[in-house]
Ligand binder design. Structure first.
Ligand code: ATM
Length: 237
């Protein structure tokens, strides 16, 4: 039976990692064994690509097209090595960033041609789409404040992706907004300016109803179990 593929999106400082950890623990408490992954990265090959993209000392001259291809090289590996096998085993997969990051950062942020970006994504993912995407939303100004507070309290290694200016992150934000508006069933926007507990509660409202099993009749009317589950989110709660 198909598993469930949930992705997390949002700008830096939106609290994705904290929320993924809380959700994974909650799913474990409900008897599930979620697989937690991140992009770029998530496999040994992907983590090497992540280093090249973000931290290597020589990545300053990287071109936007190179960035697009590397993000999707990491993704092509992750999909085939980890995500599809886990979904085929019926596992729940939680992924920190996925295709919406590429559209927001490479198409809107780097201003690459949207159709080209879409084509490259399709090569990487084939038919594998998220069932649900949780978009953690904080304004760009809050993202900046949280990022600089974090860097001051625990200075980390240089990250090329964070070196872009305010205008870049404003475009990324617009990209996320337009993606959410265009995909209102798959993408659920969560206000991430409130407390960690409130954000976790909101996320559980979306994920909780998805973790029980359908009756066979209901399942047959949908292409996949994931589609059945996501459609249930629109039922009155
Ligand atoms: P985090 O794991 O800290 O979220 O960083 C990943 C970075 O890669 C993040 N950058 N910032 N700032 C977003 C970026 N990214 C893309 O630009 N395109 C992609 O397709 C993905 C998956 C991530």
């Amino acid at each position: 039976m198909d598993g469930l593929f949930i992705t997390f999106e949002g700008n830096e400082g939106s609290g994705k990692s904290t929320q993924i950890k809380i959700l994974a623990e909650r799913l474990q408490a409900a008897g599930k064994s979620p697989l937690v992954l991140r992009e770029p990265g998530g496999t040994p090959i992907g983590e090497e690509i992540r280093h090249t993209l973000q931290h290597s000392a020589t990545n300053g001259a990287m071109m936007p097209e190179t960035e697009l291809l590397l993000m999707n090289a990491s993704r092509a590996q992750l999909i085939r090595e980890s995500i599809r096998p886990a979904l085929a085993r019926g596992q729940i997969v939680l992924c920190d960033r996925f295709i919406d990051s590429t559209i927001a950062y490479q198409a809107y942020g780097r201003e690459l041609h949207r159709q080209t970006v879409q084509q490259v994504i399709e090569i990487a993912i084939g038919e594998t789409q998220p069932d649900l995407t949780l978009m953690l939303k904080v304004p760009v100004s809050v993202s900046e404040q949280r990022r600089s507070a974090r860097n001051q309290s625990s200075p980390k290694t240089r990250d090329r992706m964070e070196e872009a200016g305010r205008a870049f992150f404003e475009r990324v934000d617009l990209g996320y907004e337009e993606l959410s508006a265009a995909n209102p069933t798959r993408i659920r926007v969560v206000d991430a300016t409130v407390s960690i507990e409130s954000v976790a509660g909101e996320i559980w409202k979306w994920v909780g109803p998805l973790i029980d099993e359908p009756d066979l009749e209901g399942e047959k009317t949908y292409k996949s179990l994931g589609e059945w589950k996501t459609a249930r989110l629109d039922e009155p709660r």
